[in-house]
Design a protein around this ligand. Sequence first.
Ligand code: APR
Length: 252
Amino acid sequence: MSQEPIQYAADLIRSARHLVILTGAGVSKESGVPTFREAMDGLWARYDPQQLATPHAFRANPQLVWEWYEWRRGLVSESMPNAGHMALALLEQLHPGDVLTVTQNVDDLHERAGSQDIVHLHGNIARNKCLDNCQGEPTLIENLDPTDQSVPPRCPYCGGMVRPDVVWFGETLPVHAINRAIEASQLCDVMLVVGTSGLVNPAAQLPMLAAQNGASIIEVNPDTTPITPLAKVKLTGASGELLPQVITALEG
Ligand code: APR
């Protein structure tokens, strides 16, 4: 990619007082974590995530859905933050203004890369909770009973089923998370959008919200998305390659 858009993106970021970074599954792709809307490998190729990541699917076939998440947890635990995650963590450290990372991802790769201020819109795959939130919303379950062989495991409080602490299709997002993301999107003067197809609301609305309030949108994605027309700068390619170049331009 020519250095011009990279330099333009770096200049916009440098001048920002309030920077929001919005990420999707694409930022974790180069860590080996499959995105949602690309063919899935192996055992799960015949399943559509939108058919599995739902309360109905879990109640209809709890073992299948639980095992799908165990498979995904395995992928995340075997993966490492890639150069894109590292660049975003460095950006948060380098940048004089305030920086908030809003992610749709349920992996912990931003945390492991060193990003500090992170909002998870769709939850965290490493966490479990009681399906019925029997002790209140959410009833997080830190340690599963190692002697419990049931699949899915049972809630230690009520004996009901345990589920991953992620937002399924048709469920509402954690109120504090979406409220903080909306407020930051309205206040920011630059939004860096990395690796999202921009298809799932309410996250997909955040770039429009930012642009409506005068923010400059920078998009990093190999493809064109509904967000692309909003972008003042489009960096076309893989985040793991492009984001380190933006950092270099910033430090230049
Ligand atoms: N670098 C940057 N972007 C990439 C890369 C890469 N190396 N590889 C792929 N992409 C882009 C794709 O072009 C696509 O636009 O990442 C995007 C991934 O899109 P999705 O798979 O739809 O993931 P995401 O946008 O995060 O999905 C949003 O939908 O399925 C639900 O809850 C789930 O959080 C998810 C939400």
